[in-house]
Design a protein around this ligand. Structure first.
Ligand code: AQP
Length: 331
């Protein structure tokens, strides 16, 4: 039996190379060895204010980027979360199994909440909706970046809690699939290496969007912060900004950190950044071309409809089982 893989991406802005290197790149790799479901989690994006038209556009763009980054819609189910209402329904059932205390410990909630005056209830309960997303599909593996580790733990805890209560496997307990930090698990901001690169960051110079034009990519990389040592060497503690740029270089070129250090010995940051910008532009070029091809009217919608039909079938079965266990009547 093939393993089942599920993961989601929020259309909360334009996807970044952090999203790509931490997660989406692995979606494409896993699809030939596992049965995969990849979801544009648009309900998650509503946890912070969104412009409705922008959200619709971003939702379709994320789906196009999934395909452009190598996810084959004939192999994997690609769909939008709101097209499968079972996600929201199971989320409510799981909210009633979760504890306020465990949600209060979520570091992403604490980080996002402190940046806002009004914090929505949805931002607080979002990890439960994420648990529902995953548990609906009998998921074995969840490819995500490091920032999602704590949320995944919650999904596991909720699954185990329900299974223990009913003394049977109502939910499969999912495992994380997270690359190490030096392999893309946590790409940092180009302006502050202590912060994660985020698509919804206020300063666009802090991230490279997958759809950024070449000249924008060049400018952003040339203005990335470094340090005063002018030596290209990997040291996360002492040289976090340069190490982050080296991770991106290494993943886009296939070169090891040692090779990169040797290549730029005595050359300084200017040449390194220029080459990194070129490498990034070249890596993103085929992805951007494919997105343009998928922008023909109806092309992506067709893929999403097919994906939602497949997802709906799997999800409905799990939702029914959970409703039945909890005594929620359906007839
Ligand atoms: N900087 C990152 N490095 C590696 N992986 C990352 N991911 C996000 N940022 C990085 C991974 O990308 C997937 C999709 O993320 P998401 O859309 O679910 O939301 P997020 O984790 O909150 O990502 P962002 O870009 O920071 O979005 P906003 O700004 O809306 O909060 C996940 O697997 C995530 O781990």
């Amino acid at each position: 039996m093939k393993k089942r893989v599920f993961s989601g991406v929020q259309p909360s802005g334009s996807l970044t190379i952090g999203n790509y290197l931490g997660a989406i790149r692995n979606f494409a790799r896993l699809q030939y060895e596992a049965d995969c479901y990849f979801c544009v989690v648009n309900l998650h994006a509503l946890t912070v204010p969104q412009d409705p038209e922008e959200l619709k556009k971003n939702t379709l763009d994320v789906a196009r980027l999934f395909v452009a980054c190598g996810i084959d819609p004939n192999v994997s189910a690609i769909f939008v979360q709101s097209q499968v209402p079972a996600h929201a329904e199971l989320s409510w059932l799981l909210e009633c199994q979760g504890y306020i205390g465990e949600l209060k410990r979520m570091t992403q909630f604490k980080d996002k909440a402190k940046k806002r005056e009004n914090v929505s209830v949805g931002l607080f309960t979002y990890p439960v909706l994420m648990a529902a997303d995953i548990l609906l599909y009998n998921t074995d593996l969840v490819p995500v970046g490091e920032d999602q580790k704590q949320h995944l733990e919650l999904a596991r805890d909720l699954a185990l809690r329900v299974n223990n209560r009913f003394r049977e496997e109502v939910f499969k307990v999912p495992e994380p699939y997270i690359p190490p930090k030096n392999s893309g698990g946590r790409i940092m901001s180009l302006q502050n290496p202590a912060e994660k690169m985020s698509k919804s960051a206020e300063n666009p110079k802090s991230y490279i969007a997958l759809l950024d034009p070449p000249e924008v990519i060049q400018k952003k990389i040339m203005s990335a912060v470094t340090d005063s040592e002018a030596v290209i060497r990997y040291d996360e503690e002492a040289k976090p900004a340069v190490s982050n740029l080296m991770v991106i270089y290494s993943l886009f070129s296939g070169k090891t950190m040692e090779e990169i250090t040797r290549l730029y010995a005595g050359k300084g940051y200017g040449q390194f950044k220029k080459d990194l910008a070129e490498l990034t532009v070249e890596t993103l070029k085929p992805i951007q071309q494919k997105v343009a091809e998928l922008s023909a009217p109806g092309a992506i919608e067709e893929i999403l409809k097919k994906g939602a039909e497949k997802a709906e079938e799997t999800a409905a079965e799990k939702l029914r089982l959970c409703q039945d266990k909890l005594g929620v009547l359906r007839f």
